[in-house]
Design a protein around this ligand. Sequence first.
Ligand SMILES: Nc1nc2c(ncn2[C@@H]2O[C@H](COP(=O)(O)OP(=O)(O)OP(=O)(O)O)[C@@H](O)[C@H]2O)c(=O)[nH]1
Ligand SMILES: [Mg+2]
Length: 320
Amino acid sequence: MTQPPTLTARVLAGEPRAIARAISLIEDEDPSATELVRGIFPHTGRAYLVGVTGPPGAGKSTLVDKLTAHLRASAATVGVIAIDPTSPFTGGAVLGDRLRMNAHASDPGVFIRSMATRGHLGGLSRSTGDAALVLDAAGTDVIIIETVGVGQDEVDIIRTADVSVVTLVPGTGDDVQALKAGIMEIADIFVVNKADREGADRLVSAVEANLALHRYGPDDWRPPIVKTVATTGAGIAELDQAIAAFRAHGAPRQEARRRSRSAYRLRELVAQRFMAHLEREVLADGEFDGIVDRVAARELDPYTAAHDLLARALAPSPLP
Ligand SMILES: Nc1nc2c(ncn2[C@@H]2O[C@H](COP(=O)(O)OP(=O)(O)OP(=O)(O)O)[C@@H](O)[C@H]2O)c(=O)[nH]1
Ligand SMILES: [Mg+2]
């Protein structure tokens, strides 16, 4: 199953249909996607990855849409990957995102793609990362990844971005939830969106108070708080400036962050490959589930189980 060589070349040439096709292969976990990523990888590393997360309905898509328009005004090419946490069959969020993003439909400098989480248990951060590589290889300057900050997958995705923007909204209680969920630690920039609503300043103060608990050295980046009204575009220029400031400030640290992204992805891949090898080549059908049952029933401890599995996976395969 080798990829027709033209797809890689067409992605590198920035052809939108080839980009879309490549991301579909990645999303479907098609075996040819591996070959594709291999081919484009040497041509990546130039794009700047902006992660945008926050509670459902915080206005992330509206914000991303306005930020995209703002970036386009300075001629940067923009790629948007929106992670849809809902089933594609209920589809509301995807449809909503598509409608909102239609403003850019005729702009060849903008590429927008929704990815569903269905069928990607634990693998979503990998497929999102690979989709970002495709856009990067295609010459996209800025890649924005929108996720709903609900689970570990989303946190993993945001953690791998070059800059993480955490969006909060006043008066929903979600703000408190988001702070609790550990999102606080990963934020490089806070956005208080829907600043036209009651309670925006109170939320800014709450985030300030939280930041005040941390000790920042003179060279440390202290996450700024940007107030926005995404529907009108108010505050978008300030958000863009905050991202540029982080980018300039973080330059020496950028490599370290990218290195930890590489380490994370490599570990993920090895773990996933190892499990796939175990399940396909070593264990009989359903055997893994049987072992899980025994651990759950306390007949077997997980350390012994893992040790045995490792030993079996590493044992030379019996001759055919
Ligand atoms: N009043 C007000 N409404 C806003 C603002 N920003 C977004 N909205 C509205 O909030 C609703 C949700 O906006 P989205 O951009 O879809 O929010 P989201 O965070 O992408 O939503 P999900 O992706 O479903 O989690 C829409 O009706 C927007 O018009 C704002 O600054 N002020
Ligand atoms: Mg959205």
